[in-house]
Design a protein around this ligand. Structure first.
Ligand SMILES: [Zn+2]
Ligand SMILES: [Zn+2]
Length: 149
């Protein structure tokens, strides 16, 4: 299992001068002392996707060295999403329906909340269902960064 507390840790020391860096956004950090900028795993994936467009997890792993397990964890946390038209999606943990990101589909999230059997699901973990699309000749999921700006 990926250690999510490590993945989301927004405390990072500058590799140049050792100062605690400021978290900017989208996995980017800047050192207040020397101005050095660094990316964490998420920042590295975002940068790769910005430059190369939707990519499979295998391609991302090969190009960036970020392990697929980690990439998958970002999908489950709603920080990446699988693009419409991808031949493979992740599945709702409760009903198995295809979703583009998150842990469960919107219908299941509603059920969980109304029955109060679990504490509320974080909004970013409730995944959209993909728009039906002609399948491509790959068997891997393609993903892109969410909340582009
Ligand atoms: Zn520095
Ligand atoms: Zn579901």
């Amino acid at each position: 299992m990926a250690d999510w507390s490590q993945l989301t840790k927004r405390r990072r020391k500058c590799s140049q001068c050792g100062t605690i860096m400021n978290y900017l956004a989208l996995g980017e950090y800047k050192c207040p002392s020397c101005g050095n900028e660094e990316l964490d795993d998420y920042g590295i994936i975002r940068k790769y996707l910005d430059e190369h467009g939707p990519s499979s997890s295998a391609a991302i792993e090969a190009a960036t060295g970020v392990r697929r397990m980690v990439i998958n964890e970002y999908l489950r946390k709603g920080r990446l999403e699988i693009t419409d038209g991808s031949p493979v999606f992740i599945r709702c943990e409760r009903c198995g329906k295809s979703i583009k990101f998150g842990r469960i589909c919107a219908a299941c999230a509603k059920n969980v909340v109304s029955r109060q059997e679990e504490k509320a699901i974080p909004f970013e973990e409730i995944g959209d269902e993909p728009t039906p699309f002609a399948p491509k000749k790959h068997d891997q999921m393609f993903m892109s960064g969410k909340h582009r700006r």
